[in-house]
Ligand binder design. Structure first.
Ligand SMILES: O=C(O)CCC(=O)C(=O)O
Ligand SMILES: [Fe+2]
Length: 324
């Protein structure tokens, strides 16, 4: 493993660092695997009873069961899996997966120790956070719920998908491989050093203005795929250009992408709740109560259901000539 100064230096130079097998599969990831297995089981049973799927697919292993449920139902399964809310309208029933294993994972000591080396000990968990369990592309290619949580992710910089007010926020992306991420199953690709040349034009590509993508013609540089064994973690600068490959394998590609920043800076999605994950200065300000975290999201959802979403001030217009 890199020592703290090598870690920091590589991050500053390349705009990303992969720490192979940082997490323990049993201790850190297995609780999440079981949590999502239980969630899929609950949804499959519910939808089967409601006549939304022809079978509950009880005998299939997780990845195949997921693929079967996605391909056999009209429901947007990923809305129930994700740990954030959608870009579109929100009502009081908008699903979001707020489980105790997920909350514990956001506060995982091994993750936060590395994060601290890059942004210091006052660490805020930014609410731009997702789980992506991507089935083989062939299964989802015609799925009506087109989302990059399910399918290939197009080129972007994470600063581009947060609002302008967070441009100066030192937001750090932390991408965790739950299954091995390979070139075949759709690992991430980055442009090393691209964090040094500022924010590039993104074009709106759907999902209520929530999906933004850098046109391929603006990605002329050196593209590096990042295959990562399960338990490995990518730490990425908010300006590093990245994309994902297509899942051409016959099994799932599972990752989490979380974001952390110093306490007190705008998150770029302030309508959703973040929390203090670690603080040296004020240790008691760190959120450790799972119920309190759930309540923050419940309050945000109630508020947004009643008042609507703040206008998404998109800094790029579809009319931009490079978007044509
Ligand atoms: O996992 C993916 O496909 C995309 C992840 C991503 O864009 C991110 O972590 O910021
Ligand atoms: Fe991203």
């Amino acid at each position: 493993m890199l020592n703290p100064s090598e870690f920091r230096q590589q991050f500053d130079e390349h705009g990303f660092v992969v720490v192979e097998r940082l997490l323990d599969l049993e201790e850190d990831l297995q609780p999440l695997v079981e949590d999502y297995e239980a969630l899929l089981d609950r949804l499959a049973e519910e939808w089967y009873i409601a006549g939304k799927i022809p079978s509950a697919f009880r005998d299939l292993p997780f990845g195949q069961r997921l693929a079967a449920v996605i391909s056999q139902s009209d429901e947007d399964l990923y809305r129930h899996f994700d740990i954030s809310m959608p870009h579109g309208p929100i009502d009081e029933h908008t699903p979001i997966h707020l489980s105790e294993p997920v909350f514990n994972f956001l506060r995982n000591r091994r993750l936060l120790d590395q994060v601290e080396m890059l942004i210091g000990p006052e660490i805020y968990c930014n609410p731009i956070q997702h789980v992506r369990i991507k089935p083989p592309e062939a299964i989802v290619v015609n799925n009506p719920h087109q989302s990059n949580l399910v399918k290939t992710t197009t080129w972007h910089q994470d600063q581009g998908v947060a609002r302008v007010e967070a441009d100066a926020t030192e937001m750090l992306t932390v991408w965790i491989a739950v299954t091995d991420a390979t070139i075949e199953n759709g690992c991430l690709c980055v442009v090393p050093g691209s964090h040094q040349t500022g924010l590039t034009t993104h074009c709106p590509v759907g999902d209520h203005g929530g999906l933004l993508s850098i046109p391929n013609k603006l990605i002329e540089e050196n593209v590096v795929p990042l295959p990562m064994p399960a338990g490995s973690v990518l730490f990425m600068h908010r300006l590093t250009k990245h994309t994902s490959l297509t899942n051409k394998s016959d099994s799932i590609r599972w990752s989490f992408d979380l974001r952390y920043q110093p306490v007190g800076q705008p998150t770029g999605r302030d309508e959703f709740p973040g929390f203090v994950a670690r603080s040296r200065r004020q240790p008691e300000s760190a959120l450790t109560d799972f119920g309190a975290w759930q309540a923050l999201w419940a309050d945000a959802r109630r508020y947004l259901a009643e008042h609507g979403r703040p206008n998404r001030t998109n800094r790029w217009s579809e009319d931009n000539p490079v978007c044509a």
